[in-house]
Write a protein that binds this ligand. Structure first.
Ligand code: NAD
Ligand code: COI
Length: 328
């Protein structure tokens, strides 16, 4: 049995190497992303481990099928960039790592929101100029707010626990409600959530149905001065509409760990280079936006689990044809 992993970062290496030693399975580690060119390097392997926020090449599964690869394991949660239909057509099993650390993402979103509520961007700018005054940047307290959680899966539920700890009122929307939360009576319709929430936080996958679900029309339904938090997927928000609402004050602030055109920007060193994305540059320059390069997941616990669980799932599929983390 032989595996190959693409887009391997230095912080992942020790976990790959230890697992490979312990399981006596050869794992080739490549720095390159999976592209229509680098895919040739998958030849001769039983399993391919992928990890990227942007698109996988269109010919991914056609090529993997030619190489007789049995399993494609992504070392992350979201599979919105994986063509599951074509994988199925070629009988290639796809696995993901659904719960490497829901808390990592949940904690991060709240950290970002608190920065917004306490106007940290503004204080940082002032302090860089040795201006240490307080006024007029009075903050707001989360404990006095109603938080609307969209998506009550693993991450949404972890976030709910934290919000409750702050004393916030939590309401939620999910087309597939969680039975325990249903008993607590926190679910409302999507429209009611838009109308009632002071903070709207997104924790659902990107699908064709919810593409740009935060848009000009849904923003109109929201409270004046709402805060929006998105560490799920950039495609959930019509960024142009969000920027307009941030400018006219309808949306008071946004905490964004994802951005709809992030792939050529996030996790790349663009120091000294021009960024040819006016919308992104606008977000980056806004005082009422806290922006991060898709790092909500990025903790040691998460990285270790992502590597180890994806490898274990690949091994299980090659050995038995199945695994707990198969994506359908
Ligand atoms: P999950 O599958 O456990 O939960 C997702 C929930 O969203 C489900 O309960 C589902 O019913 C619900 N849902 C689907 N469509 C919805 C809609 N239109 N409105 C409201 N709810 C909807 O997934 P999870 O582990 O909680 O992860 C959620 C998403 O977070 C992932 O799909 C991924 O896109 C994103 N994510 C981001 C990071 C990061 O680092 N920023 C890390 C991991 C995951
Ligand atoms: C996920 O696990 O779905 C994430 O969003 C993390 C990402 C860096 C791929």
């Amino acid at each position: 049995m032989k595996f190959v992993a693409f887009n391997v970062r230095d912080d992942e290496r020790k976990y790959f190497e230890n697992w490979s030693k312990e399981n006596k399975i050869e794992v080739t580690l490549l720095k390159e992303e999976l592209t229509s060119t680098t895919i040739a390097k998958a030849k001769g392997y039983d399993a391919v481990l992928g990890f990227q926020t942007g698109n996988y090449p269109d010919n991914l599964f056609d090529e993997l099928a030619k190489f007789n690869v049995k399993v494609f394991s992504v070392r992350n949660v979201g599979v919105d960039n994986v063509d599951l239909e074509t994988a199925g057509k070629y009988n290639i099993t796809v696995t993901n790592v659904p719960a490497y650390s829901p808390n990592a993402i949940a904690e991060f979103t709240i950290t970002q929101l608190l920065q917004l509520l306490r106007k940290q961007n503004l204080f940082r700018q002032r302090m860089a100029k040795q201006d240490f005054r307080w006024a007029p940047f009075v903050g707001e307290e989360l404990g006095h707010m109603t938080v609307g959680v969209m998506g009550t899966g693993r991450i949404g539920r972890a976030a709910i626990q934290i919000y409750k700890g702050f004393g916030a009122k939590v309401i939620a929307y999910d087309p597939f409600p969680n039975p325990q939360l249903e008993k607590e009576g926190i679910y409302v319709s999507q429209e009611e959530l838009f109308k009632q929430a002071d903070v709207i936080t997104l924790h659902m996958p990107a699908t064709d149905e919810n593409y740009h679900c935060i848009n000009e029309d849904s923003i109109k339904l929201m409270k004046d001065g709402v805060y929006i938090v998105n560490a799920a997927r950039g495609a959930l928000i019509d960024t142009e509409a969000l920027i307009a609402a941030l400018k006219n004050g309808k949306v008071k602030g946004a905490a964004l760990d994802t951005y709809e055109n992030e792939a050529p920007i996030f996790n790349h060193d663009l120091s000294g280079q021009a960024i040819n994305d006016p919308m992104f540059k606008e977000l980056l320059a806004m005082d009422n936006v806290v922006l991060s390069p898709h790092i909500a997941f990025y903790t040691e616990t998460a990285v270790q689990n992502m590597v180890e669980v994806s490898l274990a799932s690949a091994k299980k599929v090659v050995e038995t044809g199945t695994a707990k983390t198969i994506v359908q």
